[in-house]
Design a protein around this ligand. Structure first.
Ligand code: UGA
Length: 470
């Protein structure tokens, strides 16, 4: 039997941390490295720095046992058979991914190598990164037989990252040597063979022993492109449905019905056809821009991606205009806002359309009372401290005496609100829903003037004047 694998993970962000605890869950020994000492101290105590389902349980199970947290990259390099680079690749001013963290890690790893290592790119990186890493190794005097570089992109969604990792649609390994393929196959063996799903305490999800995770072996370049192209395609689906929602709005059709009709075609599928206020998060905006940049750099015209970005920016502005047309003027109006995170189920506010919109409303002189089940702390760090902006303890407090209630994040709990109570505490029963969480007919029944995205305006009969306005 093969000796137990020791895996080094460099970076303890969403991807690195989830990968670390999940590899431990698969039975490997893991050393997770980060240069941020305070974060490492928290992790050693088993405290998750992010809001992620199953992460607290897996940290509890594996921290300081199967997973060791450290700031010592050289030490981790010496011990690990495989090193996964999962550091950030932030967006630079021109749109391309800033690879300086990957470069720094690769250089430090190179200086610590004394025996064979598999270096695996886990961060989202542009095509050719594997070749750059190889070049860094060789420039630092590492002979070619002492390393391989592979690409193993992740397809985790924030909020469900642990489940996505352990129950993936596919595992992609981009490898250019048999040795690299063999190590990555051994790392993922419990998911590929299905043995993981037999465990009594396995994290639940759609995969099972009879239907284990499929492994897709490609070249490293193909794997790099698969990651960028997957995110760009999903972002394109969202911009597509958002544009169709604008057509629905113009003619009084319901985008939810249209999306159902389109998605029922197996070739299109239902997922990622939810119209809203545009995509956000740390991945889609950055990755669409980076992929567009890669194409440009290679002389390929990928104007489609510029359109995807343009539609996404417009969708936010369109929602802003919708609120304006419902309220007529902004100055001094009180807005109840539900949601800060870029999507439900996470405390992440990076590139969140909700944050941008709140800034725009504050700029227009509105008074905003906002509630989010998880993201308030992070929002406080980026939104201006102002007496015009308060953080409510729940949705009802946010809605109290508001001129309108806006839904900006698709948290499941918002869809469960007591509509009778809501209609009584709002100053005017106006709900403008950027995530289509409610049924327009039900909202009308409760006396709301309800505006969704891509739906005929739902005016209550008590609001006849408003209904006639342009
Ligand atoms: C995304 C991808 O879905 C993951 O597969 C990928 O691994 C990850 O990026 C990454 O590259 O790390 P994530 O950013 O967590 O995951 O969020 P998504 O669930 O994809 O949502 C992204 C944005 O699109 C959110 O703002 C969401 O509200 C919006 N969205 C999503 C829509 O507006 N409509 C939809 O139908 C789906």
């Amino acid at each position: 039997m093969r000796e137990q694998l020791t895996i080094g993970i460099v970076g303890s962000g969403y991807v690195g941390l989830v990968t670390a605890v999940c590899f431990a869950e698969l039975g490997h020994r893991v050393i997770c490295v980060d240069s941020d000492e305070s974060k490492i101290a928290l992790l050693r105590q088993g405290i998750p720095p992010i809001h992620e389902e199953y992460l607290p349980q897996l940290l509890q199970r594996h921290a300081n046992h199967a997973v060791e947290f450290t700031t010592d990259l050289k030490g981790a390099t010496r011990q690990a058979h495989a090193l996964f680079i999962a550091v950030g690749t932030p967006q630079s001013q021109t749109g391309h991914a800033d690879m300086s963290y990957v470069d720094a890690v690769a250089s430090e790893v190179a200086r610590a190598i004394t025996d064979y290592k598999l270096i695996v790119e886990k961060s989202t990186v542009p095509v050719y990164t594997n070749e750059w890493i190889s070049r860094i190794m060789m420039r630092n005097g590492v002979p070619h037989e002492l390393f391989d570089v592979a690409s193993n992109p992740e397809f985790l969604r924030e909020g469900t990252a642990v489940m996505d990792f352990l129950h993936p649609d596919r595992i992609v390994i981009g490898v250019d040597s048999g040795r690299a393929a063999e190590i990555l196959q051994a790392i993922y063996e419990p998911l590929i063979s299905g043995s993981y799903y037999k465990k009594a305490d396995a994290v639940p999800g759609p995969r099972m022993t009879s239907e284990p995770a499929p492994l897709l072996e490609t070249s490293t370049k193909a794997a790099e492109i698969i990651k960028h192209a997957s995110n760009a395609f999903l972002a394109m689906k969202i911009s597509f449905i958002n544009t169709v929602s604008n057509i629905c709005e113009a003619v009084g059709a319901d985008i939810e019905q249209v999306a159902k009709g389109i998605g029922s075609d197996g070739r299109i599928g239902h997922k990622f056809l939810k119209a809203g206020i545009g995509y956000g998060g740390s991945c889609f905006p950055k990755d669409v821009a980076a992929f567009r940049y890669v194409a440009e750099h290679l002389g390929v015209d990928f104007g489609l991606l510029s359109e995807v970005e343009k539609v996404n920016a417009e969708q936010k502005k369109r929602f802003f205009q919708k609120v304006r047309s419902a309220l007529w003027t902004f100055r001094g109006k009180k807005l109840g806002v539900l949601g800060l995170a870029f999507k439900g189920g996470t405390d992440d506010i990076r590139e969140s359309p909700a944050i941008d919109l709140i800034r725009m409303f504050l700029h227009e002189g509105c008074v905003v009372s906002v509630y989010d089940p998880a993201a308030a702390e992070k929002a406080r760090q980026v939104l201006p401290a102002s007496k015009e902006l308060s953080y409510a303890k729940d949705s009802y407090e946010a809605a109290q005496d508001a001129d309108a209630l806006l839904v900006l994040t698709d948290w499941a709990e918002f869809a469960e609100l007591d509509l009778d109570r809501l209609s009584r505490i709002l100053r005017y029963p106006v709900v403008i829903d950027g995530r289509n969480l409610f049924d327009p007919a039900v909202m009308r029944k409760y006396g709301f003037t309800y505006l969704g995205v891509g739906r005929a305006a739902g005016m209550h009969e008590k609001d006849p004047v408003f209904a006639k306005l342009p």
